[in-house]
Design a protein around this ligand. Structure first.
Ligand SMILES: O=P(O)(O)O[C@@H]1[C@@H](OP(=O)(O)O)[C@H](OP(=O)(O)O)[C@H](O)[C@H](OP(=O)(O)O)[C@H]1OP(=O)(O)O
Ligand SMILES: Nc1ncnc2c1ncn2[C@@H]1O[C@H](COP(=O)(O)OP(=O)(O)OP(=O)(O)O)[C@@H](O)[C@H]1O
Length: 386
């Protein structure tokens, strides 16, 4: 509900399956993922070299833990999830299950069974999650338990989530191959994926790249409307602010607070990046940045409704593994536009994230690097016969 305008938005409950399906004994599941930004900035305005190597999410983790927002650093890296590479996606989803923070929630029949209600109240027990889910993956034998059961259920769950994230509602039109440059931009040096898997990932073309029109592909396309990065957008914001001081009424003409109509939408498709020095150019780039920011903060809802393996279904909206069958739907949540004023906050936050990360990694490197002999210290090597 928007208390300023007096409007209320009435949305369907996305934790429940939307289309009318046959009644199943087992209730619907829903997985909510807030994936965050899935690429390394490619803008030439970026001056801090670290931003070209480590993604914002991984850097921000350190500041969040230092500020007490979360207790532990997550091994989740959005670039692994958005990679389209099965191994990296598996690792990303497993990391979310180990440290969900506000990036993963699981609902059963609309009720939260895994993830955080808020910063204090988190349900994070994987065995309990497996207990909730085993009826979906061991339908004939609900009594299995123990670590093996948990492992199998979690593996199956990750498999099902990956399939939903990579599914293409418009039938197969192929994956979008990355060129060498964008490939480099899709690796984060702070990722915890084992180096070996990364090396294989870079060279293996199969199981890599996002299928066109999959939910991850669509979100990534919108995120990449941020072509200048906050480093390039902030000076444009200052240009607009300066202009508004003398012409405050232009705030409406420049659509800074909406309306989000055809004109606004059209301004998103003009991707020219030659700055002609006008306030119109600045406003257009700010619109694109704000829409990208919205896509960097949205959530994906995957609703799953189980059905018996032997029953046929539209293959386009079903997920079938060796152990389970689901019909599924994928929606995107939390698409309210980021306010124009947010840009100043983003700029300051970006600086804090980077400074803290650089300082933290420097201290860590100093503590782990080998100590060199101090001046005048005896460094004679003695060889003993063996
Ligand atoms: O800046 P970030 O990346 O920390 O994102 C904020 C989110 O923090 P997160 O990193 O996901 O824990 C933050 O999430 P929480 O409220 O902390 O769960 C909000 O979504 C915030 O958006 P808004 O200002 O409420 O519209 C988000 O702010 P925006 O950057 O999208 O404006
Ligand atoms: N249509 C919906 N169906 C099911 N659950 C929903 C729906 N809308 C929101 N939720 C749940 O409520 C949570 C908060 O929603 P949302 O982020 O839109 O609210 P908000 O007030 O904008 O919160 P924030 O400022 O933290 O983003 C979501 O993470 C999701 O779990």
């Amino acid at each position: 509900m928007d208390t300023f305008s007096g409007y209320t938005l009435c949305l369907p409950d996305l934790t429940k399956f939307q289309s009318c399906q046959r009644i199943e004994r087992r209730p619907p599941l829903c997985i909510e993922i807030k994936p965050k930004c899935g690429f390394i900035p490619f803008s030439s305005h970026v001056t801090k070299e670290i931003k070209q190597r480590v993604c914002r999410y991984c850097m921000h983790q350190h500041l969040k833990v230092a500020n007490g927002k979360w207790k532990r650093i997550s091994k989740y890296c959005p670039l692994d999830l958005f990679s389209g590479n099965k191994q990296r996606m598996y690792f990303a989803l497993k990391s979310l299950l180990q440290e969900a923070q506000n990036n993963l929630k699981i609902f059963k029949n609309g009720e939260l069974i895994f993830g955080c209600k808020d910063d204090q109240d988190c349900l994070m027990d994987l065995n309990e999650l497996a207990n909730h889910l085993k009826a979906y993956f061991f339908p004939a034998n609900g009594v299995v338990s123990g670590p093996q059961c948990t492992r199998t259920v979690i593996k199956e769950l990750i498999h099902v989530i990956s399939m939903a994230l990579l599914s293409n509602p418009k039938a197969p039109t192929g994956a979008v191959k990355r060129n060498r440059d964008s490939e480099k931009r899709s690796y984060c040096e702070a990722s915890h994926v084992p180096r070996e898997a990364l090396r294989n990932g870079i060279h293996s073309l199969e199981n890599s790249d996002l299928p066109r029109d999959s939910v991850l592909w669509r979100i990534l396309q919108v995120q990449m409307l941020d072509m200048l990065d906050i480093d390039g957008v902030y000076p444009l914001y200052q240009r607009v602010q300066q202009h508004l001081e003398t012409s405050p009424k232009d705030r409406i003409r420049l659509h800074l607070d909406g309306p989000y109509d055809e004109d606004f939408y059209e301004s998103l498709s003009d991707l020219r990046s030659e700055d002609d020095g006008t306030v119109e150019y600045a406003a257009r780039k700010i619109h694109q940045y704000r829409v990208a920011m919205t896509a960097k903060d949205c959530s994906i809802m995957i609703a799953l409704s189980p059905y018996p393996v032997e029953e046929g279904h539209e293959p386009s909206n079903e997920i079938q593994t060796s152990r389970a069958c689901f019909v599924f739907s994928v929606s995107i949540l939390d698409l309210d536009p980021k306010p124009y004023e947010n840009i100043a906050h983003q700029y300051n936050l970006d600086g804090k994230i980077i400074n803290y990360y650089v300082q933290k990694t420097k201290t860590k490197m100093a503590a782990t690097s080998p100590s060199f002999p101090i001046e005048n210290e005896d460094c004679t090597l003695y060889f003993h016969s063996v």
